[in-house]
Write a protein that binds this ligand. Structure first.
Ligand code: BGC
Length: 794
């Protein structure tokens, strides 16, 4: 049953109640909306949403190892070490975090609520020390947030007593919590306290293994960290649960797994290598100016399976359960474009549980150098009782098995034998005697003249639509007037205003703490009845002034391998958006986990584009089911935070198409988002927000995207090499990047001031044309019409 509105004292927008204390730091200028002076909060409460958040966090938990220590009986005496038992990390920092959650359940609360037999004196001492002036966890500030908090194990007076009290009970256990967080604008560091354990954490583990019978390590992180110490401790660590940054109910979700009320079913969305140096991108990461993607398509398991199998600690897809499953083939069919595989999954163990079926294609090893196998589809079962069986159908696009040949400009299914495996069980296969071309496309690295010719060809004809003087947007909404005619009537000032947001974050035209608004941002447009659409971050929940639901981080959602759950969760979140007057959620984050130190990996899904693409589609569909829009980001190659506004990602077209664009492609084709956000960085020398091939050739022409493209917040200046007169906003609009967000070129804008670059060349030879402005206006208004139809008034 819906709880509905718990408390609503929402008074609408008020400038005073809505003061924002921006922090100015690095390229996070003006983005720190979390230090809000928010005097009045509305709260949206839905039991369904709350339950889904907890379930998503629990179904994402990954048991990396267990000797049978888990689940614990509720009455097993438990001592917990590690300050994150109270100072739990619920989410990362920056636009992918900073949600004002209605409540937060840390591990201690989770264990207590579950009725676990906690050794309270130790827990209370942790709580007291964590709250003390001396040890209080630092909050940090934009781009300077703490990766971890210092431990204080040696200060614990009750620790020896705890060890003594638990010593004689065979069922007792010590849970050791290790926490890590990261955020926007700053990558993790190959240092103690970030990627590596601190000396204090080491000491804490040493004490734990010496003092207690069974050690259960709980990792409270948004992604991977160094785990080489697990090998060193060997059997002395009985179990490891990767509990992620699981959102507002993380602590309860972890307790659900620890005590077995939820049978864990999460799986790793990334490969955990033995050491940081083992990752193929190790030496090509973090340079501010330029990053060479030398590893090509060999990212994650694609690399490790083939080139370094002995460097894997836990493989992609790894995750243990408290029960066992058997998979049997149920048939396979192949058409020219798709594969269809049926399998039967049976719970052969003694507890109810769910599992994910991961369908991999083993690729022929003749022809191009390519991975041994790739994930092509996945599906999660329902909860199966012991002995129960479920038929699971999987389908995939053969493009996921193909190789992109740069010289042929084509995706090719190479000749040879293909085998299909579901969780390692052979479930089908096929043989090709000849290469098959799956799709032929434009080359993305043409000569300049060729690119110019294509840009030229894409400039629209002047519209023949009649001028319809003073017609209102309501006529368009009611179907009386074609959008084309409405747009034909707009002045150049109106057209210009539709190519950008209102100007600033926390726009007074939207609810407090919004990330920006677009649409009817100037009076003439408003007078014609064009509403504004409000955008809010982000992947972990609404980052705004209000109290909003904090969900598990992107990587955790991916670890659930449960697209149905993610869709249902986002449909509920759409209702929360409606409640707070938010139309567009700046999510999901879809960049590939190329390197484990990327500061925003926690917002993103995986090292694998297929998992990324289908997860993102679930987010987009869920929000659309609830009448709201997603804005998948950052298109493309925002794979490090160092120099994110200037970095040039040097990447082969093959790697781009097979890895870095592929997730976006799946998302666009599966769920047709209304919006997409470009990345800050350059790709092969061209900023994404000016990149015609990225945004027009690939996104719109090849994939059929019909929505609007927005920049990431503020963009770098640029001059078109093809049209020397075009710079900044004109260069962007010619490429069909429709919206500059939040609108002004300056981070500090309080009121919009045009930089003049869009209209400067209007009507001149080689300059921006009115037809281009109209095209962009139409892209934007189509989205507004879809999202705000009921609010169109005159
Ligand atoms: C981030 C985006 C975010 C935007 C608005 C940018 O710095 O890269 O992901 O949506 O700010 O907050």
């Amino acid at each position: 049953m819906e709880l509905g509105i718990l408390r609503s004292i929402k008074t609408g927008f008020s400038r005073t109640a809505n003061r924002v204390t921006d922090k100015v730091a690095g390229s996070g200028l003006g983005q720190e909306l979390n230090t809000l002076d928010s005097s009045a909060h509305a709260a949206y409460g839905s039991e369904k949403l709350t339950a889904l958040v907890r379930r998503a966090a629990a179904d994402a938990g990954v048991i990396l190892k267990s000797d049978g220590a888990l689940p614990l009986p509720l009455n097993a005496p438990v001592a917990v070490l590690g300050r994150c038992q109270c100072d739990w990390f619920f989410v990362g920092y920056g636009s992918g975090g900073n949600v004002h959650a209605p409540y937060k359940t840390n591990l201690l609360d989770g264990i207590r609520k579950a009725g676990g037999n906690l050794y309270e004196p130790l827990a209370k001492e942790y709580e007291a020390l964590s709250a003390s002036k001396r040890f209080r966890a630092e909050a940090g500030f934009w781009g300077h947030w703490p990766f971890s908090h210092p431990e204080f194990t040696e200060r614990l007076k009750t620790l020896p007593e705890a060890a003594k009290a638990l010593a004689d009970d065979e069922s007792s256990a010590c849970i050791v919590v290790i926490g890590r967080a990261s955020g926007e604008d700053r990558d993790l560091k190959p240092e103690k306290g970030s990627w590596y354990l601190t000396d204090e954490e080491r000491r804490m583990l040493d004490i734990a293994v010496k003092s207690f019978r069974r050690i259960i390590v709980l990792l409270n992180t948004g992604g991977l960290m160094d785990l080489s110490w697990l090998e060193e401790y060997g059997d002395r660590i009985s179990a490891v649960l990767l509990a992620w940054l699981g959102g507002q109910d993380s602590g309860s979700a972890a307790a659900d797994i620890i005590y077995g009320s939820v049978n864990p079913s999460g799986r790793l969305p990334d490969t955990a290598a033995k050491t940081l140096e083992d990752y193929p991108s190790f030496s090509d990461f973090g340079n501010k100016k330029r990053t060479d993607y030398r590893e090509g398509v060999f990212v994650g398991y694609r690399y490790f399976d083939k080139k370094a199998p002995d460097r894997v600690l836990f493989p992609f897809g790894h995750g243990l359960s408290y029960t066992d499953f058997e998979i049997a083939p149920g048939g396979m069919a192949r058409t020219r474009s798709g594969l269809f595989v049926a399998v039967k999954v049976k719970n052969t163990g003694s507890r109810p549980g769910r599992t994910s079926v991961l369908l991999r294609a083993l690729l022929p090893q003749s022809g191009a150098d390519k991975p041994l196998s790739v994930l092509v589809a996945f599906r999660k079962t329902r909860e199966l009782a012991p002995g129960e069986e479920q038929a699971v159908n999987l389908s995939c696009d053969v493009k996921s098995l193909s190789v992109f040949y740069e010289d042929r400009h084509a995706f090719v299914l190479e000749k040879g034998e293909y085998f299909l495996e579901a969780n390692g069980v052979h479930v089908g296969g096929f043989t090709l005697c000849e290469d098959e071309t799956v799709e032929t496309v434009h080359s993305l690295s043409p000569a300049r003249e060729e690119l110019r010719a294509r840009i030229e060809a894409a400039i629209p004809e002047e519209s023949m639509a009649p001028r319809t003087v003073d017609r209102s947007f309501a006529d368009v909404a009611s179907g009386k007037l074609p959008l084309e005619y409405f747009v034909a009537d707009l002045s150049k000032t109106e057209l210009e205003a539709l190519t950008r947001g209102h100007g600033m974050m926390n726009s007074p035209l939207g609810p407090g703490g919004n990330a920006g608004v677009f649409g009817g941002v100037i009076k003439p447009l408003k007078d014609r009845g064009v509403p504004v659409a409000t955008c809010c971050d982000g992947p972990a929940g609404l980052r705004m002034k209000e109290v909003c639901t904090l969900i598990p981080c992107g990587t955790a959602l991916a670890a659930s391998f449960d697209t149905e759950l993610v869709e249902a969760l986002h449909e509920e979140l759409a209702h929360e958006m409606e409640f707070f007057g938010v139309d567009v959620r700046l999510a999901p984050g879809m960049n590939i986990h190329r390197h484990p130190l990327c500061g925003r990996n926690f917002e993103y899904f995986s090292e694998d584009p297929v998992l990324t693409g289908y997860m993102a589609s679930a987010v987009v569909r869920g929000l659309a089911d609830g009448g709201k829009a997603a804005c998948p980001k950052h298109f493309a190659c925002n794979n490090q935070e160092a120099g994110r506004n200037v970095n040039d990602a040097r990447v082969s077209e093959r790697a781009l198409r097979e890895i870095y664009l592929r997730g976006f492609e799946i998302c666009v084709k599966e769920s047709m988002p209304d919006l997409i956000m470009t990345s800050y960085n350059k790709i092969n020398g061209i900023y994404s927000h000016y990149n015609f091939d990225l945004v027009t050739t690939v996104l719109r022409n090849e994939w059929g995207f019909e929505g609007a493209v927005m920049t990431d917040w503020w963009m770098k200046h640029g001059r078109s090499p093809e049209y020397k007169k075009l710079r900044d906003n004109a260069y962007r609009v010619r490429s069909q990047v429709d919206l500059l967000m939040p609108g002004d070129m300056s981070h500090f804008a309080k009121d919009y001031r045009s930089d003049g670059t869009l209209l400067a060349t209007l009507g001149t030879e080689g300059g921006i044309t009115r037809a281009e402005l109209m095209r962009t206006a139409k892209n934007v208004l189509k989205v507004i019409l879809k999202l705000k139809k009921n609010e169109v008034r005159v």
